[in-house]
Design a protein around this ligand. Structure first.
Ligand SMILES: Nc1ncnc2c1ncn2[C@@H]1O[C@H](COP(=O)(O)OP(=O)(O)O)[C@@H](O)[C@H]1O
Ligand SMILES: [Mg+2]
Length: 419
């Protein structure tokens, strides 16, 4: 990439580190607001101007994410490659940058990767850039910071999208930075601060989020997740009476499995245009019925649900913790079965996006999922984003379907392509 021009806030990012007494920079705010691009470029320039034969770190959520978000950005930046020579050793995750008589070493770490924990303990760092710091464990971030303490003019660079106001990073860093006496500069970005974002691009990005995710990722606010989880659901928009089958339709079943808790199964029709309809469901509450089903009994229910569509079911996605039931489906050799992706918050965010854009619909016979939509709530009494674990069974099977099956729809929506 080439920086077209820098916005006022991006210029500040390039200058802050040369001010006396500056210690840390925090850029938070909306997605795609130009935080990572401006910070990674100015970080490299600062390191190369001020140091020689020193170690630095780029920290992200995982090593892979950091390679994609930071390393690739830097390697493609003419504003860097014009001045410096870059050499990356992938097996060691070290980028060597040389130029202007200086050479420095930039380690890539992932806050969630076990190996990064061990490696970061052993080195001394003259500067650390934390990309998406709100996704990294506090203990990892503190360890990396501890490695900079022996170097007098070391500096810290943080960026993130907002999360809950109970989040450790908000409490430990942002609130302290906003206290006048601190030597930490806090810059709040929104999409207008990225010169690349045209009004059309801003509108398209806005469409991708709703509810608490809109407040955080678009408005850039640190707000609690509270109230109904899927406030975008409405019977008028999402419940249909007659779904029309077409030859190109694909069918899937998603299952949330419980022994004491209810077991919920949804049969979905995925249209070629990326839209999905839950056409049938089964919901078995053993407490209400006074009898727990065995895996074989659940399996019989699954066959009943598939019914006349059994031959057309592409695969079944099941709660990954339901090992015995997955084995049971597998042994019958009738359906392909996969463990579902169970990342709760990512799943809720993606499901909210699809509901908001009208990509998910429900046949009116699916009474239990329609009921749960009205009851499924955020738990505002605990720290961090948690849902109340009640009335969440059809909600969970829908989330498994979305994360495991609808990834192509989501990818195309994010790229702005019409399906
Ligand atoms: N000044 C600029 N000129 C050209 N492209 C830019 C500029 N600032 C940011 N970009 C581009 O905009 C996109 C989003 O920026 P990024 O830094 O990744 O946003 P954020 O980290 O805030 O989500 C990236 O593709 C980036 O290269
Ligand atoms: Mg970023």
């Amino acid at each position: 990439m080439i920086f077209q021009k820098l916005s006022k806030k991006q210029k500040q990012v390039f200058k802050w580190c040369y001010q006396p007494d500056s210690y840390a920079l925090i850029c938070d705010g909306s997605v795609r607001s130009g935080k990572t691009a401006a910070m990674s470029c100015s970080f490299v320039h600062w390191a190369m101007k001020c140091f020689h034969k020193q170690n630095f770190a780029f920290c992200g959520n995982t090593v892979q994410a950091t390679e994609r978000n930071i390393l690739m950005t830097i390697q493609q930046m003419t504003d860097i490659t014009y001045y410096y020579k870059l050499k990356y050793i992938g097996s060691k995750h070290i980028l060597t940058i040389s130029g202007g008589g200086h050479e420095n070493y930039f380690y890539i770490f992932g806050g969630k990767d076990e190996s990064s924990y061990k490696l970061v303990q052993g080195i001394t760092l003259a500067g650390v850039l934390f990309d998406e710091v709100a996704l990294q464990p506090e203990s990892f971030v503190n360890q990396a910071i501890a490695r900079t303490l022996s170097i007098g003019n070391a500096k810290l660079w943080f960026n993130c999208n907002p999360d809950s106001p109970e989040h450790w990073f908000y409490k430990q860093w942002i609130q302290k930075a906003d206290n006048n006496k601190s030597n930490i500069l806090h810059i709040h970005f929104d999409m207008q601060d990225n010169p690349m974002m045209t009004p059309e691009k801003i509108d398209r990005t806005k469409m991708l989020y709703s509810g608490v995710f809109y407040d955080r990722y678009i408005k850039g606010l640190w707000v609690l997740a509270e109230g109904i989880v899927y406030a975008e659901f409405s019977k008028e928009k999402h419940v249909i009476e007659n779904y029309i089958p077409e030859n190109s339709d694909e069918y899937y079943i998603s299952i949330d499995y419980g022994t004491k808790n209810p077991t919920s199964m949804g049969l979905w029709c995925l249209k070629q245009n990326g839209h999905a309809i839950r056409i049938r469901e089964s919901y078995y509450d053993s407490r209400k019925k006074g009898h727990s089903r065995t895996d074989e009994e659940h399996y019989a229910e699954l066959e009943w649900l598939a019914g006349d569509l059994a031959d057309k079911i592409r695969y079944i996605v099941v709660d990954p913790s339901a090992a015995s039931f997955i084995e049971c489906i597998y042994r019958h050799r009738k359906f392909r079965v996969y463990k579902a992706d169970n990342s709760v918050l990512d799943g809720i965010r993606d499901t909210a996006t699809l509901l908001h854009l009208g990509y998910l619909q429900f046949d009116k016979s699916c009474k239990d999922i329609i009921r749960e939509f009205g009851l499924y709530r955020w738990d505002d009494k605990t720290q961090g984003d948690k849902v109340i674990k009640e009335n969440d069974h059809a909600m969970d099977d829908m989330r498994y379907f979305v994360r495991t099956v609808m990834w192509r729809t989501l990818k195309q929506i994010r790229r702005g392509e019409k399906i």
